[in-house]
Design a protein around this ligand. Sequence first.
Ligand code: PRP
Length: 179
Amino acid sequence: MLKDIESILIPQDKVQQRIREIAKQIEADYKGKTLTMICILRGASVFFCDLVREINLDVRFEFMSVSSYGAGTTTTGEVRINKDINTTLEGKNVIVVEDIIDSGCTLAFLKKMLEQRNPASLKICTLLDKPSRRKVEFKGDYVGFEIEDKFVVGCGLDYAERYRNLKDVCVLKPSVYTK
Ligand code: PRP
């Protein structure tokens, strides 16, 4: 697996340090409140597990699985819900946890959809953000790192379902995905 890696973009210790900072920020923002955190499978799973364990609040877990309509590189902006949550969000303080915001299509759609369920508040937390790739305007509320447009894997991010378990955020060798 490591032979496919060009370089380490964000080493594990920096990732973990930033996760602790975000957790402290969330603790301060939601002091005394109950928080519902929604993990968007599968990419966010690793970040989610690290993040929730740093948050010293009453946190409830939810899991959703979504995917963009149509395989390939183009997106219609429509998102398919593969697995929804089965508890109400009405009146709850909700944070959606993602691994990356790229075109912004997934989260723009998801946020709109979840807002219709009348949560008390709804915020977006992402480990990575690639602002240069936006197709729709979208801003995360808690952002780990803004990164340039490189193909990154690790910390939950994959290429063809591989490399999610790498501890660092790594740049994949172009030869791997241009084969
Ligand atoms: C990734 C990521 C976001 C989405 C971001 O998911 O987890 O959900 O793409 O891209 P966008 O901003 O262009 O919409 P992916 O469909 O790769 O599934 P995964 O989480 O299972 O890896």
